[in-house]
Design a binder for this molecule. Structure first.
Ligand SMILES: CC(C)=CCC/C(C)=C/CC/C(C)=C/COP(=O)(O)OP(=O)(O)O
Length: 561
């Protein structure tokens, strides 16, 4: 977020005639958390207790998933619940084995008699696991003479909700799904206030955040609360989900404490008082990217990187003068302690933290492939600094680039290359030559995710930055490049976001090229972006939903079953 450009004005200090730049005062809302997060503590014996509590239900669920006698729709329903509860990673092999078989045996005739709910669940489950079930399964719900959906399905709210969720898996060219998304959304909005309690909660949340685009752990907790009847169908599912939530909450508490303490120990408040204070909000991005317990260290590293990016963003967007920003960019490009000398005093401690942290991360990485991974992560950081600098130069020279030129740079300043590089290098996957080669081809899924990040971020912030004469963000560059009014441009950019989601969905269907495990952090990055920016900038102004979600994941206790 940028502020009024006023740091080129010089203020005379009469006593010693040294000129001091006038720096903008940015009224970022303060953090609402205070020191509360520093009192988070965990009892380590509980980790073990939850691990034990998970063992039996996990084995029972494996048996259920592999049970050949279970009817295919019941099985797909169970896989749907497992996925929505964030438990998929426990059953990767079993689910693959079952879906391979079910998908191979599938015949379109099987869907002739099936209802909307069943077809939608089938569709969603297959697609979410990489199997491209044809969208033709929905043809029978269309009245082809009128071109609209058949009237009778509007009475089936549960079915429509499920269809709405399924349409989020749409890929390019599937017009029936585009139409179904608009149709079900409008119908659900029309009836939501007339529904009974549980269904109303489910519909309200889906309209606010469809499950495929939501942050996995938040979605899992809300599924557990809002879809009680589905979760209670199998006792083992209930037990496993419950122990799993408790286990993850312990981890989240511990990690958030470590991250908060690091922010305090590094004295960010003192050395970067001009920057936003958003510790749990940044941590939420890390939880969004990685759900699984084994990525604890990755979540802490990603949170730290996000903190450094946020502070850099606040220097480049507001606090630094253009001369200081040039020096800072040069120092980040040099990436060596001796470059500290060229920096203004107030940036020196930050620069040191940046270099120290990377060295520290280096020590934690396995020796094999270390150089390559470090090179990639350093490059990603340097690229963002150059991108931030380019934006500052445009603002300084009051130049408005073309939309294309802006976006080329804007994809870089989305910062998502840093997030995904750090994610992959902490997965061990980037060790594999194949994964690294794939990553360096600028995969479509990553480009689409960056696009969503840049556009959503701009769409939610351009209005409150609207008083500024020269805007350097996507809405105004698009308006200027194509000579279109603001309302049309906003709609156009939203369409581009929808198309980017289609690309992401398509990429996740090609799971033979790269594993779903490698795609997951990138898909999850798009999901957390959707959660944070779909309605407004919930990162800079986190009061409502972000606080609600941090509380849900880290603070609210989970009753034991
Ligand atoms: C797409 C996007 C930027 C996602 C943010 C991901 C994230 C948590 C990054 C670290 C902090 C940061 C730069 C937040 C965005 O600030 P801002 O809203 O001021 O960003 P801007 O200056 O690039 O518009």
């Amino acid at each position: 977020m940028t502020t009024q450009e006023c740091n080129t004005t010089q203020k005379k200090n009469c006593k010693n005639t040294i000129t001091e730049p006038m720096r903008p005062v940015v009224n970022f809302p303060p953090s609402i958390w205070g020191d509360r997060l520093l009192s988070l503590s965990v009892d380590h014996s509980e980790f073990h207790a939850y691990d034990i509590a998970m063992e039996e239900p996990k084995e029972e669920l494996k048996r259920m998933l592999m049970n050949p006698a279970m009817d295919s729709n019941t099985k797909l329903g169970l896989i749907n619940s497992v996925y929505r509860l964030g438990l998929r990673y426990h059953f990767v092999e079993e689910i693959k084995c079952q879906l391979d078989k079910l998908f191979m045996e599938l015949k379109m005739e099987d869907y002739h008699e099936a209802d909307l709910y069943t077809i939608s669940i089938n569709f969603k489950v297959f697609r979410q696991h990489g199997y491209k079930l044809s969208c033709d399964v929905f043809n029978k719900f269309k009245d082809h003479s009128s071109g609209t959906f058949k009237e009778y399905i509007t009475a089936d709210v549960r079915g429509m909700l499920s269809m709405y969720e399924a349409t989020q898996l749409c890929t390019t060219g599937e017009s029936i799904l585009d139409e179904a998304m608009a149709f079900t959304e409008a119908q659900l909005m029309g009836v939501v206030d007339t529904l009974e309690c549980n269904l109303a909660k489910q519909v309200k949340h889906a309209l606010r955040s469809p499950s495929h685009r939501g942050m996995q752990m938040v979605e899992a907790r809300l599924y557990f609360i809002n879809y009680e009847e589905e979760c209670s169908m199998h006792d083992s599912l209930l037990k496993l989900a419950n122990a799993h939530f408790n286990l993850l909450q312990l981890q989240h508490k511990e990690e958030l404490f470590i991250f908060t303490k690091w922010v305090k120990d590094m004295e960010f408040k003192k050395i970067t008082p001009y920057a936003r204070d958003r510790t749990p909000e940044l941590y939420l991005w890390a939880v969004g990217i990685f759900l699984e317990p084994q990525y604890s260290q990755a979540r802490i590293i990603i949170s730290k990187m996000a903190q450094l990016l946020m502070v850099l963003d606040d220097i480049y967007d507001a606090y630094g003068t253009i001369e200081e920003l040039r020096l800072l960019t040069d120092a980040i490009n040099r990436w060596e302690y001796s470059a500290t000398d060229q920096l203004p005093e107030y940036i020196k401690p930050l620069y040191k933290i940046l270099l120290d942290e990377l060295t520290d991360i280096e020590k934690k990485l396995p020796k094999e492939g270390r150089t390559k991974r470090l090179y990639a992560s350093k490059q990603a950081f340097q690229e963002v600094a150059r991108g931030y600098h380019q934006e500052a130069e445009w603002r300084f020279s009051k130049q408005v680039p073309s939309y294309e030129e802006y976006m080329k740079n804007g994809l870089i300043t989305s910062t998502f290359n840093v997030f995904s590089t750090y994610s992959l290098m902490n997965m061990g996957e980037i060790d594999s030559e194949e994964a690294l080669v794939w990553y360096q081809t600028h995969p479509k899924i990553l480009e689409a995710t960056k696009l969503i990040g840049r556009l959503y971020n701009d769409l939610t912030s351009f209005e409150f930055e609207g008083e500024r004469a020269e805007q350097v963000e996507s809405v105004h560059t698009y308006m200027k490049t194509f000579g279109l009014p603001e309302n049309i441009v906003v709609d156009e950019l939203k369409k581009i976001i929808e198309n980017a989601w289609k690309d992401i969905n398509e990429e996740c269907l090609k799971s033979t090229e790269v594993s779903m495990e490698l795609l997951a952090p990138i898909l999850n990055l798009a999901r957390i972006t959707d959660m944070v920016y779909r309605h407004n900038d919930r990162f800079t102004f986190p009061e409502a939903t972000t606080v609600e979600y941090v509380t849900l994941l880290v603070i609210d206790s989970i009753p034991m079953y």
